[in-house]
Design a protein. Structure first.
Length: 356
C-alpha cells in the first residue's frame, strides 16, 4: 500500500510533527515504518476474517517497481507531447502547500457571508459589487458586467475605484469596467469583481482580456505584501479586517448568509486557491470524446452513474501532476525540456528506476 499525501498526513498525525519540520530522509523512514505496520495489521485482520487471497501477490504502490512503471509512463507522456511544464494558474492547497489536480477536489456547500459593497465611479456615483471573498479585493484587476445588461452598458470602458489604504499597498485600487457574456446579470448586483484568482472564471477572464496579475494570497495561505497592512494575516483574518474597513467607509449596502459551494482539497479538507506557479500538466482535454465513448461501452449499475461519469468528463480541466512539497511521492526531474530529455535517455538506457 502507500498513497502519497494521505500517508503523509497519517504519519504527521501519528508522530505529531509536520513533514516540513523534519529531515526528508527521517520523515520517509517514519512513513515506511508506519505504513508497514498498518499493512501488517490489515493483513492480520483480513486473515482472521478468512479472506481468501494469495498473499504472495501483496504489493505496494510506492515500491521501486511501481515507481519505475510510473516514471516510464511519464516518459511516454513527455515524448508524445502530453506532459508539459508551464507557468500557469494552478489549484493549490495552502495547508499541504502543493499543487493539486481537479480530481482531488471535493465540493462542499458552506454557509458564507455574501456582501454587497460599492466602488466609486468617475461621476461620483456608486457601482454595487457582491462577493463572498472580500479578502481578494487587493487582487482585483477588473469589474465585469454582461454586455446586454442595460443597467451597466454605459459604464463599459470607464474605471471604478475604491479607497484601499486599509487593505492594500496602494492608496486606491482603480480598475476598468469590462463586458463579458460569462457574467450572470441575475446574480448579486450583476457586476462582478475579477480577482487573480478567485475561481476558474477569473482565470479565464485574466487570460482572455490580458489582465495584470496581483497575488494577494501566498503559497502558505497567508496574505502577501500586496495587501499592505494585512500582510502575514490568515485568509479569514484578512476577510474580517477588509469587511471592517468597508463598513467604516460606509460602503457596505447589504450582507446575507448564503449556502456557497467551496472547493476543498479532499485529502485535508482545506479550501483551495488558484495560484500562479510552474507545474507539470497532462494534456487530456482533446480526449474527452474518447473517454465518453469508452464509458458507453461499460454496463453501469446503477445506470445513472454513467451520466455522472459523463458529466465529470465534460467538466474536466487541465490535469496538474506536480505535488511540489510532498515527500512521499514519485520523483520526476524538475527543470526544462532538455533536462527531461536527458532523464528519458538515462531511463531507457538503463531500464531501471532513476533516483531524482
Amino acid at each position: 500500500m502507500g498513497n502519497g499525501l494521505p500517508t503523509e498526513r497519517f504519519v504527521e498525525k501519528t508522530i505529531k510533527r509536520k513533514a516540513t519540520e523534519m529531515d526528508r530522509a527521517d520523515f520517509l523512514a517514519q512513513c515506511f515504518k508506519l505504513t508497514q505496520e498498518a499493512e501488517d495489521r490489515f493483513e492480520s485482520i483480513w486473515r482472521r476474517l478468512s479472506l481468501s487471497v494469495d498473499w504472495n501477490y501483496r504489493y505496494s504502490t510506492l515500491s521501486p517497481e511501481a515507481q519505475q512503471t510510473s516514471q516510464w509512463s511519464f516518459i511516454q507522456l513527455y515524448r508524445s507531447g502530453r506532459a508539459y511544464a508551464q507557468v500557469a494558474p494552478t489549484l493549490w492547497c495552502p495547508d499541504c502547500q502543493t499543487a493539486i489536480a481537479q480530481a482531488e477536489l471535493e465540493d462542499k456547500a458552506l454557509p458564507t457571508l455574501f456582501t454587497t459593497f460599492t466602488f466609486r465611479l468617475p461621476d461620483g456615483k456608486s457601482l454595487p459589487i457582491a462577493t463572498t471573498r472580500p479578502e481578494l479585493l487587493p487582487a482585483c484587476v477588473a469589474i465585469f458586467v454582461h454586455p446586454d445588461d442595460k443597467r451597466y452598458t454605459h459604464l463599459t470602458g470607464q474605471e471604478a475605484a475604491i479607497d484601499s489604504r486599509a487593505f492594500s499597498a496602494q492608496a486606491t485600487i482603480q480598475v476598468p469596467i469590462l463586458a463579458d457574456e460569462l457574467v450572470d446579470p441575475l446574480k448579486g448586483s450583476g457586476a462582478v469583481m475579477c480577482c487573480t484568482f478567485g475561481d476558474s472564471t477569473d482565470v479565464r477572464w485574466w487570460r482572455t482580456h490580458h489582465l495584470p496579475l496581483r497575488a494577494a494570497i501566498g503559497r502558505d495561505g497567508y496574505m502577501t505584501t500586496l495587501t499592505g497592512p494585512l500582510a502575514g494575516l490568515t485568509i479569514m483574518a484578512a476577510r474580517k479586517q477588509i469587511l471592517q474597513s468597508l463598513d467604516e467607509q460606509a460602503l457596505i449596502l447589504q450582507q446575507e448568509t448564503i449556502e456557497h459551494t467551496v472547493g476543498l482539497h479532499e485529502r485535508c479538507g482545506t479550501p483551495v486557491e488558484y495560484l500562479q506557479t510552474r507545474q507539470w500538466f497532462i494534456r487530456v482535454l482533446d480526449q474527452k470524446g474518447r473517454f465518453i465513448e469508452a464509458g458507453r461501452q461499460i454496463r453501469w449499475k446503477p445506470e445513472y452513474m454513467r451520466s455522472r461519469y459523463e458529466h465529470w468528463v465534460e467538466n474536466l480541466q487541465w490535469i496538474g501532476v506536480s505535488h511540489v512539497s510532498a515527500y512521499l511521492v514519485f520523483r520526476f526531474p524538475p527543470g526544462h525540456a532538455a533536462h527531461v530529455a536527458h532523464y528519458c535517455w538515462l531511463h531507457e538506457r538503463n531500464c531501471r528506476l532513476i533516483r531524482v
